[in-house]
Design a protein around this ligand. Structure first.
Ligand code: A3P
Length: 300
């Protein structure tokens, strides 16, 4: 990706559009045909999330698990969003994510997507690729998305908090309904066994335990010492300080409005929701989240 923040034109904020029944913006649909024709390889690993669920965190963990020892220079020279390309992104001034993924020199290739499950290019399924889905409780997910949409110029205007909350409930944010996203990926697990579904809250609670689970899923055996080092390196404060993981080199974000590595907490929603908003949200949530096997924790 040729990214020169000095020269890069800041893309203009897009409008939300309805794309095959999902709210999207043209920055993630312009390259649709090419993306759908993406040729996955059997060892590709796809990291899928609803935006703001911990994508960068898990991307960095995976990059360290695979390449931390063998290619340490990656850690100081290539931002995480280039090491783990965002498949569907197509914005001015940066190379489309699909092209970047095609060119990745690593094996395996780590690729990220925010697509709802039905948009994932078919070759990933045909090649039986490993997929990791990260989900975050709805309330913290909205809060994080709200701040992100304010500071990220490639997203539609966030507007005020009350209207944002309403749009979240209606699925009118980029990448559509959170409820459909987390549920449809969860359902997919029943028929596609190469999918590891994990939760942001579990990662906060015990990062080491979740890294062990990831290693098990990926068939990786690292020494206890290496895992301990990775667990330390991926803690919030370390990633926030690290220019290669904190997005400070990405052109279309205004860090004066918010940082990318903002708080990294479970329960920050309590600082945003009023009691009435929380109660209303919970009522609506119960109507939409009917599957008793999919449980989120909004506090730990
Ligand atoms: P907050 O806005 O709540 O702080 P994504 O990478 O999917 O865009 O998600 C970003 C969210 O994950 C942000 O949440 C960010 O702070 C949080 N995050 C990233 N790395 C983290 C870490 N190491 N520990 C805790 N939270 C992390």
């Amino acid at each position: 990706m040729s990214l020169d923040p000095e020269k890069a034109a800041v893309p203009s904020r897009p409008e939300l559009l309805d794309f095959h029944g999902v709210s999207m913006t043209h920055y993630f649909t312009d390259n649709w045909e090419n993306i759908q024709n993406f040729q996955a390889r059997p060892d590709d690993v796809l990291i899928a999330t609803y935006p703001k669920a911990g994508t960068t965190w898990v991307s960095y963990i995976l990059d360290l698990l695979y390449f931390g020892k063998t290619a340490p220079e990656r850690q100081t020279s290539i931002p995480i969003y280039q090491r783990v390309p965002f498949l569907e992104i197509a914005i001015p001034s940066i190379e489309p994510g699909k092209d970047l993924a095609d060119k990745l020199p690593t094996s395996p290739r780590l690729i990220k997507t925010h697509f709802p499950v039905q948009f994932v290019p078919k070759s990933f399924w045909e090649q039986n690729c490993r997929m990791i889905y990260v989900a975050r409780n709805a309330k913290d997910n909205i809060v994080s998305f709200f701040h992100f949409d304010q500071m990220t110029m490639i997203q539609p205007e966030a507007g005020d908090w009350t209207s944002y909350l309403q749009r979240f409930k209606e699925g009118k944010l980029v990448f559509g309904s959170w409820y459909d996203h987390v549920n449809d990926w969860w359902k997919k697990k029943q028929t596609y066994s190469n999918l590891h579904y994990m939760f942001f809250e579990d990662l906060v609670e015990d990062t080491g335990r979740e890294i062990d689970k990831l290693c098990c899923f990926l068939g990786l055996s690292l020494s206890a010492e290496d895992k301990k080092q990775i667990t330390g390196g991926v803690q919030f404060d370390n990633m926030k300080k690290n220019k290669m993981t904190n997005y400070s080199t990405f052109p279309a974000m205004d860090f004066k409005i918010s940082t990318f590595m903002r708080k990294g907490k479970v329960g920050d929603w309590k600082n945003h929701f009023t009691v009435a908003q929380s109660e209303e949200f919970d009522d609506d949530y119960k109507k939409k989240m009917k599957d008793p096997t999919l449980n989120f924790r909004s506090e730990i």
